[in-house]
Design a protein around this ligand. Structure first.
Ligand code: FES
Ligand SMILES: [Fe+2]
Length: 342
């Protein structure tokens, strides 16, 4: 057999299509200009007087000043620090202070943006298509009447520029065998739903963190429902255990690294606003974050394996999620086509 067969395959494309978190809402106050880099692109996010957030490329189309260094919000537009040109939320030039008409031909690239669950999401698509699916809503999408008021404020983890890909995090969701080792569950969880028909996919599983190895999964009365909105954002809801919901968001920064954000909501106990209840919620939230951090420890050192050697029971889940993931890669940013084999 040729040695060439052992050469490492190219990794997954870092330019997948979808919604990706680029900031938390409270990082961008009214009138503020926030600098960031995602998808190998310098960007700014700014909040107009009306409260609307715009995400656009960072460089002024006049002579290329970086709007994140001295750019200012003036009402509903951003003003460049260099010569005072003003740009609106569509990236269009609306004012040149020393000329009676704007430059209608120039436009700073902007990104469709949604604010939800205290997060700012942008739509990224190298093919330039408008959003064709929705970013998940942790309260609206689980078919119950819950709202943020039913939960304590979100606890957060934020890790920047880790060498991992958004797809790792989603594959974790079908990876029943890792729970016992990475998360110390007493028994292996059971997946009860794998629905990968649409860009928004659904995974449910029965899981417990309590008891010992002697339990039978059929007797377990707790679990997790997950909704994956493309590769960038996944939300979960627990049942039968301490009421918790999570959002995981992984956003490519450049060809090698991603920023990771993870948020946990712990349910309030109706009628109990005591500091003790809050302290308990905080401790539980931290425990959930610690579990996610244990995953990160694996992911950030993992080498993506295009043709993994799977156990028989892993085959269906991994086949389904990788087939589903393929739809988010554009032909010109394909990377290696994925398959799985036993
Ligand atoms: S570079 Fe922005 S106004 Fe001149
Ligand atoms: Fe995990």
């Amino acid at each position: 057999m040729s040695r060439l067969a052992c050469v490492a395959k190219p990794s997954l494309s870092m330019k997948p299509t979808g919604w990706f978190q680029v900031a938390w809402s409270d990082e961008i106050a009214v009138g503020e200009v926030h600098r960031m880099k995602y998808f190998d692109t310098d960007m700014v996010a700014w909040r107009a007087e009306s409260g609307m957030v715009t995400v656009m490329d960072a460089y002024c189309e006049h002579l290329g000043a970086h709007l994140g260094y001295g750019g200012t919000v003036v009402g509903e537009v951003i003003q460049c620090p260099f010569h005072g040109w003003q740009w609106n939320n569509e990236g269009r030039n609306v004012c040149i202070p020393y000329q009676d008409r704007p430059n209608r031909g120039r436009r700073i690239p902007t990104y469709p943006t949604v604010e939800r669950n205290s997060s700012v999401y942008l739509w990224y698509d190298t093919a330039g298509r408008e959003p064709y699916f929705d970013v998940p809503d942790i309260f609206g999408d689980f078919g119950d009447d819950s709202t943020a008021a039913d939960y304590y404020p979100q606890a957060r983890l934020y890790r920047t520029q880790l060498e991992l890909h958004p797809q790792y995090v989603l594959e974790n969701g079908v990876d029943f065998a890792h729970f016992k080792f990475v998360h110390q569950t007493p028994i292996v969880p059971l997946f009860t739903r794998h629905d990968f028909d649409e860009p928004v996919s659904y995974v449910d599983f029965t899981i417990t963190f309590e008891g010992d190895e002697g339990q039978i999964i059929d007797d377990i009365n707790s679990g997790v429902e997950a909704i994956n909105g493309g590769l960038g954002v996944a939300v979960t809801k627990s049942w039968g255990m301490v009421d918790n919901r999570t959002i995981s968001a992984v956003t490519p920064v450049d060809e090698n690294t991603s920023d990771v954000r993870f948020m946990v909501y712990i349910g309030r106990v109706p009628g109990d606003d005591s500091p003790k209840a809050e302290a308990k919620a905080q401790a539980f939230g931290q425990a959930v974050i610690d579990q996610f951090a244990a995953d990160i420890e694996i992911w950030q050192h993992q080498r993506y394996t295009h043709r993994p050697g799977l156990a028989a029971a892993e085959f269906d889940g991994f086949t389904a999620i990788r087939k589903w993931a393929n739809q988010f890669y554009q032909p010109d940013h394909q990377g290696e086509p994925q398959s799985v084999s036993q």
